[in-house]
Design a protein around this ligand. Structure first.
Ligand SMILES: Cc1cc2nc3c(=O)[nH]c(=O)nc-3n(C[C@H](O)[C@H](O)[C@H](O)COP(=O)(O)OP(=O)(O)OC[C@H]3O[C@@H](n4cnc5c(N)ncnc54)[C@H](O)[C@@H]3O)c2cc1C
Length: 344
């Protein structure tokens, strides 16, 4: 623990411990750049572990199928040799430049860092699920009402109501239907924004009588001491009370850039423009990788962030070691890289 009087000094400070922030540790570590990472969430993995830990990802190179949590765990294993320091449950609020060119960053917990390089890997910023306008819903949050599925088992043998028409609502409908005691999907209209294949699968389950589809809106929640018992739903047939003990509203996320907006960087539509050789922002030695950055042709994919991390690290090396020449090396053949990885 540190306070504003005794700053933690580091080569690189990574804002955000999502997949791109984690992989940045690896690329920086290979170049002897030590990192600290800060994340608002209590755990690492960003969107992968917070929003879809048990969902399979199919487009990570050489991993034909890996869940969000497995990918996070594998990244943690991969960066272990570099012993990164994590500061979880803290938000980076303030960033200022010191006279010697380093940056001073302060968290909402009063922790202060002095760093030569800042890597912003803040994804969608401080993302928060949108709460549906249901009076009293707060009392059920975390016990019966959830905005993400952390453990599928929490829904086993439950009467589940999922509300929404996008990919999250459809995906969780398909994933939870086999284990729930009953499952109802409700959307305000009979058209879905989610993948057509998921819509087809959902309609087929409805046709087989394995789940219910309601077109309408939830208007009230009922229950006591955090235990949901029913939700009043309004459909074209009128109002009815639907018995359920788990509610999953998927009304989207508010992607608030948060404090990053006040760090004096050029922004474009809440993203940070960067160049594609160094992934540097409008401020020298402040880099931005992953979902938070923008450049022509940007794809918000994990693999894009991995590539960006590799190039960012090369650029950061020039700042951290201005007098050292950087020689390009492969991990397969470089004994010095293998020593850093602890495999030799
Ligand atoms: C349902 C779903 C399915 C997806 N499927 C795929 C897929 O199949 N393939 C694929 O490639 N991509 C997929 N994605 C997208 C992928 O998850 C993102 O591209 C990826 O998570 C971006 O990683 P990141 O590290 O840039 O940001 P994030 O994962 O968003 O992590 C950013 C972290 O920064 C933290 N943060 C933000 N601001 C601050 C601050 N001021 N202080 C401290 N911490 C801060 C946040 O808390 C967060 O943990 C999917 C996304 C979703 C939602």
């Amino acid at each position: 623990m540190s306070n504003t009087d005794t700053p933690i000094q580091t080569d690189a400070l990574i804002v955000g411990a999502g997949p791109c922030g984690l992989f940045a540790v690896f690329e920086l570590g290979l170049l002897d750049i030590k990192c600290h990472l800060i994340d608002i969430l209590e755990k690492v993995g960003g969107q992968c572990s917070e929003l879809y830990p048990e969902k399979p990802i199919y487009d990570i190179p050489a991993l034909p199928i890996v869940t969000g949590q497995e990918l996070t765990d594998k990244l943690m294993e991969q960066i272990k040799p570099f012993a990164p320091q994590f500061h979880l449950g803290e938000r980076v609020d303030v960033l200022t430049r010191e006279a010697d060119g380093r940056f001073r960053l302060t968290t909402d917990d009063g922790k202060t860092f002095l760093t030569k390089v800042v890597v912003i890997a803040a994804g969608g910023g401080s993302f928060t699920p949108k709460r549906p306008p249901l009076p009293g819903i707060e009392a059920f949050e975390g016990t019966s009402v959830f905005y993400a599925v952390r453990k599928m088992d929490a829904f086993r043998d439950k009467d589940v109501l999922i509300v929404g028409g996008g990919d999250s609502a459809l995906d969780w409908t398909l994933n939870l239907q086999p284990i729930a005691r009953s499952l109802t999907l409700m959307h305000r209209r009979d058209e879905f924004r989610g993948a057509p294949h998921s819509v087809e699968q959902m309609r087929s389950l409805v046709a087989q009588g394995q789940m219910k589809l309601l077109i309408g809106q939830a208007t009230q929640v009922h229950g006591s001491t955090g235990e949901l018992e029913a939700v009043t739903v309004k459909t074209s047939g009128g109002e009815q009370k639907l018995a359920c003990n788990r509610l999953l509203p998927f009304f989207g996320l508010t992607m608030k850039l948060g404090p990053v907006a006040h760090w004096g960087l050029n922004l474009h539509e809440n993203l940070i423009p960067v160049d594609t050789a160094r992934f540097e922002t409008s401020e020298k030695n402040i880099f931005a990788i992953g979902d938070i950055n923008s450049y022509p042709g940007k794809l918000k994919l994990i693999l894009s962030g991995f590539h960006e991390a590799a190039l960012m690290a090369q650029a950061a090396h020039k700042t951290v070691y201005p007098d050292k020449k950087l020689t390009f090396q492969y991990t397969t053949s470089s004994s010095s890289l293998q020593k850093k990885l602890g495999v030799r």
